[in-house]
Design a protein around this ligand. Structure first.
Ligand code: GRF
Length: 195
């Protein structure tokens, strides 16, 4: 079995990244986490990746003011140097241009903390609570140029419980995220064929 080489792109604490790293330790997992790339220097997830012996890279998006594509070209160079097959966005807080998304069409996925197509964008837990939603959840989807719009790979619902706050609901959703992201990566790493 040739394992697909995966880059996880992060901006923060990296708990989904850690879940992917843990899952990829299984001998039959069809992907290896070859690189963790952060656009934020010192992002918490970088230290976790380093402690797991995984290659890391930081490309500070603030060093590319008003030059989104310059930032992405720098990322693309690192991804190509590392011979990456699949990109997983995991709390990566940058909007990507059609140029970069096009480079990774069908090979880049994202985890979103809501049951898409409901609650695209930010503050999903607070918005679900404000609406009186009865259920909420998480979605893994392919990345397309329109934010949170791509084809859904996996999603799972959780109940909204009486007395929930954005924090308690978010924690319930996060537990689901940590389960479905590795499962979705397993699916696409198995089915995806190098073009
Ligand atoms: C997760 O809730 C993810 O769904 C969203 O950003 C958060 C990242 O958390 N896109 P973490 O860095 O993976 O812990």
């Amino acid at each position: 079995m040739t394992r697909k080489r995966v880059a996880v792109l992060i901006s923060g604490r990296g708990s989904n990244m850690a879940a992917l790293i843990a899952a990829a330790k299984a001998p039959d997992y069809p992907a290896e986490i070859a690189l963790v790339l952060s656009n934020v220097p010192g992002a918490g997830g970088l230290a976790i990746a380093e402690s797991e012996g995984i290659a890391t890279a930081t490309i500070d998006s603030k060093a590319f003011p008003r030059d989104r594509e310059g930032f992405e070209r720098a990322m693309q160079a690192v991804l190509e140097a590392q011979r990456i097959d699949i990109v997983c966005l995991a709390g990566f807080m940058r909007i990507l241009t059609p140029w970069f998304v096009g480079r990774w069409e069908g090979r880049m996925i994202n985890i979103h903390p809501a049951l898409l197509p409901a609650y695209k964008g930010l503050d999903t837990h607070a918005r679900a609570l404000a609406d009186g939603a009865r259920e909420h959840g998480a979605t893994v989807h392919f990345v397309t140029p329109e934010m949170d719009e791509g084809e859904i790979i996996l999603q799972e619902a959780v109940p909204v419980l009486p007395g929930d706050t954005a924090e308690t609901l978010g924690a319930r959703v996060l537990a689901v995220e940590h389960r479905i992201y590795p499962a979705a990566l397993r699916m696409i790493a198995t089915e995806y064929r190098l073009i």
